[in-house]
Design a protein. Structure first.
Length: 239
């Protein structure tokens, strides 16, 4: 069956989360001061990435709620058992700098424009609805997507098949008519394939090494991939 819709990831797929996160935290630490456990800013930034990944996985697995994962990230990073109020205030100050660095990847809008007439579009994110709704509106692309589904409200997260199926149900399409595009090879691409969708791994860094997956290294390669039905599903063709 031909692909009729694209289900998208947001962070590090159309939105440059990693750059915004490090840039925002760098500014934040310049004002807050470097916690004593770190001898340089770069080491602190790497640690922030580590604690974010760890506690985000706990959130995606349903082990902790949205606010709890934020508070635990702060505590793990600063190395203190601060109160909820102190952790919330610290995180809110960080968020202001993080949001000031928000931007879409340069290839995101051109590809959304190219695909607008031929494919329907929706979002499936392992985040929360208020967070991602606000992000897409600020970035000026919320109206590009028919539906926005997030793990916090669904109660299920990628790579669970039910999460991908919820996205297909929101579009009113069977999984085989939907492509999922995301930056994580297992959570996004492999999860989508196992749920019956056409999974596309957006490997912006050119990591490679997953020949069983359909891989692109930039969104500019996506239109041809979607339209060349005979090649879609051939692993690693577009890397």
């Amino acid at each position: 069956m031909p692909i009729r819709a694209v289900l998208w990831d947001i962070d590090d797929t159309i939105f440059d989360y990693s750059t915004a996160s490090r840039s925002g935290m760098r500014t934040h630490l310049g004002l807050e001061g470097l916690p004593g456990a770190y001898d340089c800013v770069e080491r602190a930034l790497d640690r922030w990435d580590e604690v974010t990944a760890f506690h985000w996985a706990r959130f995606a697995a349903g082990e902790i709620d949205w606010h709890g994962q934020r508070r635990d990230r702060v505590r793990a990073f600063v190395g203190e058992q601060v109160s909820d109020e102190t952790a919330d205030a610290w995180f809110d100050r960080h968020i202001a700098h993080y949001e000031a660095a928000w931007s879409l990847f340069p290839d995101a809008l051109p590809v959304l424009d190219l695909l607008a007439d031929d494919y329907r579009h929706a979002i499936l994110s392992n985040s929360s609805l208020p967070n991602q709704e606000r992000k897409l509106k600020i970035l000026g692309v919320r109206d590009r997507f028919e539906a926005l589904l997030c793990a916090a409200e669904l109660g299920i997260a990628k790579p669970e098949a039910a999460a991908f199926h919820a996205g297909c149900e929101a579009l009113g399409l069977p999984p085989e008519e939907v492509a999922y595009v995301g930056d994580q090879p297992d959570i996004d691409a492999r999860g989508a394939v196992e749920a019956g969708l056409k999974g596309v791994w957006l490997d912006r860094s050119g990591t490679g090494g997953r020949p069983e997956l359909v891989r692109i290294t930039g969104l500019d390669q996506l239109p041809d991939l979607l339209r060349l039905d005979t090649r879609f599903g051939a692993p690693d063709t577009f890397g």
